[in-house]
Design a protein around this ligand. Sequence first.
Ligand code: MG
Length: 322
Amino acid sequence: MTDHAQLLLVEDDENLSLLLRRRLERAGYVVRTAGTIAEARAAARVMPWDLVLLDRGLPDGDGFELCRELRAASPHGYIILLTGESSDEAKLDGFRSGADDYVTKPFLHEELFARIRAGIRIVTLQRALLESNRRLEELSLTDGLTALRNRRAFDEELAAAHELARRYDRPLSLAIIDVDHFKGMNDTHGHAAGDAVLRAVAQLIAGSTRATDFVARIGGEEFAVLLPETGLFDAMQFAEKIRASVAAATIRTGEVAHRITVSVGIASEPHTSITNATCLFEAADQALYRAKQNGRNRVELERRRAPRKVAAAARPLQIATS
Ligand SMILES: [Mg+2]
């Protein structure tokens, strides 16, 4: 566990620093030394330290000050204060400045090393926990079949993208893509073939998008692409490119060569009647419904309405009749 753990030793007593460094390196730690606060600051900036051994009395200031800085910059690093001050008040001040442990000089080397091992154990566990949480979070947002983002991730992204577009008055488009006659294909060729088709379509869609677009599988055979900074016309061209690339592809599963098509519904903001993320989704969904109704393997756009004009026309009429 001590393998390659990175220690920063901040100590102005050169003899003590040299002695500790040798022993720590012999124990398998990677050690960097600093004799002043300035040197320690510079070292901490370039070195991803796991544990700091920090002397209080330093030529250019109070080690407790540096302790506060290091703690603010690295909430998960381990800091052991190493000082000649053994008063309760000094110890409490040390802990208040963010230290995890406090060792008073003179000290038993065995005890210091035991405390360092305990510190590294905590840092290692914390890191494993953070990494495992990150992986779980990633998994909970990923579609297992296609490795695209899933519905949950899409819902979060849709809400965030809508907020951003509205706040900065930027365009945002949404394409919902549905594989045509998927159920029939699944029934005829089996679920394994269906899964392979979904993976292939996912790849074709992902291959047509830009780095800033957000692609998700949001249902059985339904995909969505969020296109930030993209108006209706460009979204339509994008959708047409996807439709054509799927229609042109031959997807092979075993001996069978599948010819697949998709229908696409598109909606865009800004729009007079799209006031929230749900509206945008529903508008694209209705467009998709029309693409299905109108024969599939096609792209349909949301229907634009102009409610303001209707309201303006109604007003003079009321005045005239009253
Ligand atoms: Mg000192």
